[in-house]
Write a protein of this length. Structure first.
Length: 201
């Protein structure tokens, strides 16, 4: 009987400790996830930046967006970033975790805000290069963006800014002495805000 009482007490203590670690440690688990996601963003953007630099060297200083810049058709194959993978400068376009990239309902809200037909901005949940060739960017979903952007800033990025365009100037990343990356918010009105991570190329 004594062994049964000790076993029940042990199980109760272990259950209480497990519950306490989930309750008090949950924030730590979430921060670790956001930290890893921010590191992934930065690393993938650095790969794209290196590929864009190689492209410029081999193409007499031409930007990767010089002849094929337009994602606006909604056809991802038309986006300039494809020139990096098609030309062998990138083995493949980095794929960002789907649960962190912008979701289809948010893309639909952007298309509605700009009066565009469905599918026009389907490229938003993938890495793309600006039509000026000076920025790699990917849009983040509303669930993950605040934690990921806070980690981007803590890992050396500039603080969040208001997005005024989809190039380096629009992300306020033109200062050569400043950071190469940051998150930026685009307010579409009516309470709809989209956030993107941008990296100056």
């Amino acid at each position: 009987m004594f062994n049964l009482i000790v076993a029940v007490i042990s199980i109760a203590l272990i259950a209480a400790m497990a519950a306490a670690s989930i309750y008090y440690g949950g924030d730590g688990f979430g921060k670790s996830s956001a930290r890893a996601q921010a590191a992934t963003l930065i690393s993938q953007a650095q790969q794209i930046s290196g590929a864009a630099s190689l492209f410029r060297v081999e193409n007499a200083g031409s930007s990767v967006a010089s002849t094929n810049p337009d994602c606006g058709s909604g056809v991802f194959a038309a986006c300039a970033i494809n020139r990096l993978s098609d030309g062998g400068f990138l083995q493949a376009i980095p794929s960002f975790p789907a649960d962190v990239a912008v979701q289809s309902d948010q893309i639909a809200a952007v298309e509605t805000a700009f009066g565009e037909p469905p599918g026009t901005f389907s490229w938003m949940n993938r890495w793309t290069v600006s039509d000026t060739g000076d920025l790699a960017r990917i849009f983040l979903n509303e669930t993950a963006r605040d934690a990921v952007c806070a980690e981007v800033e803590s890992q050396g990025g500039d603080g969040r800014a208001a997005m005024v365009g989809l190039d380096a100037a629009g992300f306020d990343l033109t200062d050569p002495n400043g950071s190469n990356y940051r998150c930026a918010d685009l307010d579409l009105g009516g309470g709809v805000v989209v956030t993107a991570f941008g990296f100056r190329l």
